[in-house]
Structures are given as C-alpha cells and as structure tokens.
Design a binder for this molecule. Structure first.
Ligand code: FAD
Length: 370
C-alpha cells in the first residue's frame, strides 16, 4: 500500500495545526521549561534520571527557561528526598504526586499522573530514560498527549533557528544518524538510554521549589493489579552500563572457549565482560553482555576490545568510553580509527599476557598497600 496515498490519519481528522503544518500553533506557544521524569524503584532513583537532568539543565540554559522534574510515587515514598537530590543536579522545580495507586510502576496511573502534570504546567520538553519503565511510559504519554516522541536519542540540542528540540538518534541499522524535530507539537518528548549522557556533578546546597499535586484516580478504575515484586530469575546481575572497566570480546576470539581469556582479564581488573552481537547470537555469552545499538550503551573508564572489528552498530554503544584499547590482528580494522590505544596482534596471545602483567602489577600494589 502506498503510504503517501493513504495517510494513517486523514488530514481532515488531524488536530488543527498538526500534520504537514510545521508552524507551532498559537495555543502551544505557552509551553515553557524542560522537564525530566524521575524514575525510581523501591527507594532508588535510576541514574539515568540524573544523567538526563544534566542535559535538561544545558537545554534550559540555551532556551533561557527552567528545569522541572516530575516525581510520582506511593504515599510513604521519599519523593521529597528525591526532589532535594534533583535540585542538586540542576532542577529548579519538582512536581510531586503521592498516591496509593502510584506505589510501584503501572502504566495507567503513571500515564494519567504525568499527562495531568504536563497538561497543567505545560513543559516545552519532556525527557525520560530509555529503560523498560521509561519506554513504556513515554509511548503512552506521547499517544495520550498526541505529541511527538523521539526514542533512543544519543544527542539533544536546541535548533538555533526554530528553537525546537533537535533530537539525534541512529537509524538504518546505525549506519546513519538522523536529527528529529517535532516543530508543531508540545511537549517535545525524547527518551535516552542509560549512560549515553554524562553524569552531572551535584551542587551541594542548591535548592528549588516543591509543588505537590494530587492524582484523583481510584484503584477500581485500573485494569492492572500489582500483586508482588519478584526477583528476575533470568538476571545474573550483569551491570554492564555502570561498570568502570569492561573487557569485550568479538568474533576474532574464534570460539566460545577462548572467551574465558576475556573473563580472566576482566576478573583481574575488577571489571565486567562485554561482547559483540555475533558472539551473543552464536550463544558464546549471555544477551545481557551485548554492547551496541541493539545491546547496552556503556561509558566505562577503560574499554578493552579484543577481536572486535569496530562496526558502527558496536561503536555507538561504547565510543564514549574514557579510554578504548583495541586488540586486533588487522591493522586496518575500523576499531583503530577511534581507539585511543591499539595493539596489532593475536588476542589469544595478547589477552593472557595482559592478564599476567596486570595480575603481577596489581598484586604488587596490594602487597605495598598491605
Ligand atoms: C540492525 C543491526 C544491529 C546491530 N547491533 C549490534 C550491536 O548492538 N552490537 C554489535 O556488536 N553488533 C551489532 N550488529 C552487528 C555489527 O554490524 C557487526 O556485525 C558486529 O559488531 C561485528 O562483530 P565482531 O567485531 O565481533 O565481528 P567481525 O566484524 O567479524 O570482526 C572480527 C574482528 O576480529 C579480528 N580478528 C580475527 N582474529 C583475531 C585474533 N586472533 N586476534 C585479534 N583480532 C582478530 C578481525 O580482524 C576482525 O576485525 C548489528 C547489526 C545490525 C544490522
């Protein structure tokens, strides 16, 4: 079917000012400020919320506007403490909703809570983490508000001409980066994966204003019921996005048995093990270890890539690492174009040599400290 000939929403049914009209409708011009949805679970704020706050502060400063945070949760949850932390990371105002139906994440009450806040306070930009919760919530909030949502962004800017949010994300399997602007819609929504943006520095003593709101939703009107929290039996506690050191292996390791060389070096360095997609697809390592466009985004202090070619889909997930060391037999491998240090050599020999050298060096240091 020709999409151009039969648009999903016929022009006559589109809300006024939407569709092909790229001018911001008059009634949306009142939208001001940059907001971040603060994601928390059982007493802990997800770090992606603070990473987004750092970005929100930069965007708001460019627009000359303020930063707000939306914090939704149960009656006894410490949302005010989260707000105090948010002020330190750059928020000016915290919009808090306590309600029994908001104890534990469920799509319906959180969608209502967040859309109510947006409709009342009209932020220009709304950012959420591209986590399981953030993706679920962003989609339903954007649909309810009939606004645009750019998912999985890697960069956020303000377009100098339109002053709209310019949200950049990989497309066409990661081979292109596209910048998306939702000129005629407010709020402009975007999700960003954990670790894509840098963690901002908290400013001690910085304060802000707290605004308390109510939800007005009864439990009986919600279809989903939260029965219990169960630990994820499939999760083996791999915390790739927040590891300081990652040793990753690729197809150059030849077989799953050789992956133990990667594990040994990671163990000696106190780091995590990552992998490329072909290694995960071949069943050499768990899917949770995949780094890249369809895996995790990481930002460690040290990323060692062994037998990895450096394809764009892998690169987008790890290129923000502080120091990248590549080990590859091919001196023309693309990974050497962006690695900080390169070792042209056989990973099956280089990895054990590095493991032995680090074990000796770190062992000596520990003896000295003792
Ligand atoms: C839509 C889409 C999404 C994708 N998402 C991801 C993703 O999230 N993550 C990801 O990683 N990939 C992803 N890919 C796959 C990606 O395109 C590449 O195919 C993949 O990253 C290549 O993995 P590799 O480097 O392990 O293997 P290869 O590209 O085969 O590279 C192996 C490298 O090892 C080197 N080598 C060989 N022997 C040795 C040795 N003994 N010692 C040292 N070096 C050696 C070779 O010179 C070569 O450079 C995606 C692809 C698509 C189409």
């Amino acid at each position: 079917m020709n999409a151009a000939a039969t648009p999903a929403t016929p022009a006559a049914k589109r809300p006024a000012g939407r569709g092909r009209n790229l001018e911001l409708p008059e009634h949306l011009k009142a939208y001001k400020g940059v907001w971040v949805f603060i994601e928390h679970d059982r007493g802990h704020v997800h770090s992606v919320s603070w990473e987004l706050l750092g970005e929100a502060r930069k965007l708001a400063d460019k627009l000359g506007s303020s930063v707000g945070v939306a914090i939704l949760g149960g009656p006894d949850e410490k949302l005010e403490a989260f707000a105090a932390e948010a002020f330190g990371y750059g928020a000016d105002k915290a919009y808090i909703v306590h309600d029994p139906v908001l104890l534990g994440y469920r799509n319906e009450p959180f969608t209502k809570g967040l859309t109510d806040l947006v409709n009342k306070y009209q932020p220009e930009i709304l950012l959420l983490g591209a986590t399981s919760m953030g993706r679920d919530l962003a989609g339903s909030v954007a649909t309810t508000l009939l606004t645009g949502l750019t998912a999985d962004c890697t960069e956020l800017n303000i377009d100098p001409t339109s002053r709209a949010l310019a949200a950049t994300r990989p497309t066409f399997g990661g081979s292109l980066l596209c910048t998306i602007m939702t000129l005629a819609y407010r709020p402009q929504m975007a999700t960003v994966r954990p670790r894509v943006m840098a963690m901002p520095r908290a400013e001690e003593g910085r304060s802000g204003e707290v605004v308390q709101e109510t939800l007005g939703m009864v439990e009986s009107s919600i279809v989903t019921k939260l029965l219990d929290f169960l630990p994820d039996a499939t999760s083996n506690q791999i915390n790739l996005p927040y590891a300081d050191v990652i040793v990753s292996g690729g197809k150059g390791l030849k077989n799953p048995e050789n992956f133990k060389l990667v594990f040994e070096l990671a163990r000696v360095l106190g780091g995590e093990v990552g992998a490329t997609r072909p290694c995960v697809q071949a069943g050499w390592v768990e899917a949770d270890r995949q780094v890249g466009q369809t895996g995790k985004t990481v930002r460690p202090k040290l990323y060692i890539a062994a037998g990895i070619s450096g394809a764009i889909q892998h690169r987008v997930g790890m290129e923000s690492s502080d120091v990248i060391v590549a080990i590859n037999t091919d001196p023309n491998a693309p990974i050497f174009d962006f690695a900080h240090y390169g070792i042209v050599g056989n990973a099956l020999q280089v990895l054990p040599a590095l493991t032995a050298a680090f074990a000796e060096h770190l062992g000596k240091r520990r003896r000295l400290v003792a």
